[in-house]
Design a protein around this ligand. Sequence first.
Ligand SMILES: Cc1ncc(COP(=O)(O)O)c(C=O)c1O
Length: 461
Amino acid sequence: MPDDNLSNSRIIAAYRERTPGSSELARQAQALLPSGISHDARFIKPYGIYVERAKGPRKWDVDGNEYVDYYGGHGALLLGHNHPTVLAAMHAGLEHGTHFGSNHPYELGWAEIVRRLVPCAERVRFTSSGTEATLMALRLARAFTGKHKIIRFMTHFHGWHDHMTAGHTSHFDGTPTPGVLPEIATNAILLPPGDIAAMRAAIDGDDDIAAAIIEPTGSGFGTVPHSLQFLEALREATARKGIILVFDEVVTGFRVSRGGAQRAFGITPDLGTFAKILAGGLPGGAVAGRKDILDELDFDVAAAKGREKIAHPGTYNANPLSASAGTAALGIVETTDACDKAIAYGAEIRARLNEVLAAERLPWAVHGSFSGFHIFLNPRGRDITPTTFDPLRIPFQELSAGAQALAHKFRLALLVNGIDVSGRLSAFISATHERAEMDATVAGFRAAIGMLRAEGELPRS
Ligand SMILES: Cc1ncc(COP(=O)(O)O)c(C=O)c1O
């Protein structure tokens, strides 16, 4: 983002005027943290907001500005901020102690509810994050099959470990990103998302594939969706060749249905990876799946087979506090309509925002599925109608175009109007988003478009 794009902008001026406290903290952060941040998604020019408290679907920055929060703890907060039952479980957990260096009863309750909800989950191994969960899933698949390569899909994100860096936002040719060994990159077969023929050709043409990993609703929670037929074909092709199919349900798990995407779609993978909602807003992850595959972690099974097990320490694996929060959160998911409520809000807000676009005669679209929405700014100027937009007809490169200058300004304009979405203009909806949030979002969306138009960024309607 060139700074000269920002210097004359009234949107940036309004943003700066509202957020002097954040500006000052961002200045201090520059001396402490690379780019002043701790997660790449928090990189915004001129600086990101600093938030000091949150409740339900809202959050407040250090300058006292209120936001309808669609970042939702990077998707972890299906139940909104500070759900009282989850909070009570955390408080009780704190009283018990935060680390016993031993097995504990809380991990059993946590694993039990995962097994009850998730179709593939015959066994569960807890990790500390989603990144660790996908790393373990691939290691399990390689150990189990004795094969080397993995299939991934361009734009799909599975965390930041070495096997997962290329092909998410760049390096679509499979070349490694800085710091990653070329030998690792060459073992990943990077395929275009949603392309059944390319997927079948890759699988049929190679007998050294251990696993295929996929975000089951499409990358970025459906920013780049694929058809159900694609998922079915992938299940069929992987099963036929003995390739381990991994659904990365770090986002979709316990969100698109109680049992995640695999339950919603009726397609059972061999392994699923989980984090976010799993741990009730605290750090935590898990691999769940077929017992014979997770047996690669089992001391006795490995000894009986005369082979080496996969080593898996991890100081914070199944941390008791995360177990308490996670069990409480999953209990609410299991026994209430939390998923359905957020999904219903999603359908309605997508329709209402598209009505705004139609009224404004803007050839953009708001699309998505389940409890998400994605604002498509139509970077190639296609002839589209917001209310009938079909993202499956748009090339993935355009859907995932990321932070173009216009998207960046629109995001800041939304923040100025009290709406926080991600840098890709995507939203995670919680079960606490209600009518007031819906109305505030529609009004803020319209006002943000007005700001862009006043700045000469949009065609006159
Ligand atoms: C689909 C998916 N997989 C894996 C991860 C990595 O999880 P974590 O950030 O807990 O390491 C993420 C994180 O956003 C994700 O969205």
